[in-house]
Ligand binder design. Structure first.
Ligand SMILES: Cc1cn([C@H]2C[C@H](O)[C@@H](COP(=O)(O)OP(=O)(O)OP(=O)(O)O)O2)c(=O)[nH]c1=O
Length: 189
């Protein structure tokens, strides 16, 4: 019996990345409240949240459930999704002209076993003017994204340098995920 993949996510980006990789899967989004403990290391924050998401959805014995979480950190401060435009502005001001880290955690649940891994990517932004930030916020792009930007969208214009997995910044370390899924019996058709 082939193992089927379930994506425990509402994120259109995660869906699209897995589709583009050629995987077939069912979407069963998790509805957990995301609570982050700012005192924990970011790698643990993202793997914990990914685990909570993946373990919260129902599955059968032939299914592997994938949950993921992405956060941005700078100076030891964790930045999730902005709650409003003002917070998006403050976040982007904060990220302007400096290097931040993007952590994405992934959890894969099969039967009673949960395995996790994470990816860390460094992203450096050019100096941003207030006008540039305001114009960007006007596009609506920052509001559902960690760190208030999307590297796959107009946020790309802020990026001076990136070191690590681009796809992990978008929301899923794709090549690593496909490799780990293969070990659990989920393979490309
Ligand atoms: C930094 C960055 C984040 N993001 C997104 C990826 C994630 O979808 C989002 C962070 O929020 P998450 O809480 O990781 O995910 P989500 O709420 O969108 O989806 P779900 O919990 O149902 O899986 O930020 C981008 O799309 N581009 C970027 O450049």
């Amino acid at each position: 019996m082939k193992t089927a993949l379930v994506l425990a996510s509402n994120s259109p980006r995660r869906r699209q990345l897995l589709q583009e990789a050629g995987l077939t899967f069912t979407i069963r989004p998790s509805t957990i409240e995301e609570h982050m403990d700012q005192k924990l290391p970011p790698s643990q924050v993202v793997t914990d949240l990914a685990t909570q998401k993946a373990e919260s959805v129902p599955k059968n014995d032939e299914e592997v459930v994938l949950g993921a979480d992405t956060i941005v950190t700078v100076d030891g401060k964790i930045l999730g999704k902005p709650s409003d435009e003002e917070e998006a502005f403050k976040t982007l001001r904060f990220l302007s002209g400096r290097t931040h880290e993007v952590f994405t955690g992934v959890a894969l649940v099969k039967g009673k076993e949960t395995s996790t891994f994470y990816s860390r990517t460094e992203v450096t932004f050019y100096e941003l003017t207030d006008e540039e930030i305001m114009r960007y916020i006007g596009t609506g792009e920052p509001m559902d994204k960690a760190g208030a930007y999307g590297i796959q969208g107009k946020g790309a214009l802020f990026v001076k340098e990136i070191s690590g997995d681009y796809y992990a910044v978008v929301g899923l370390p794709l090549s690593k995920t496909v490799r780990e899924l293969k070990k659990l019996g989920v393979s490309l058709p």
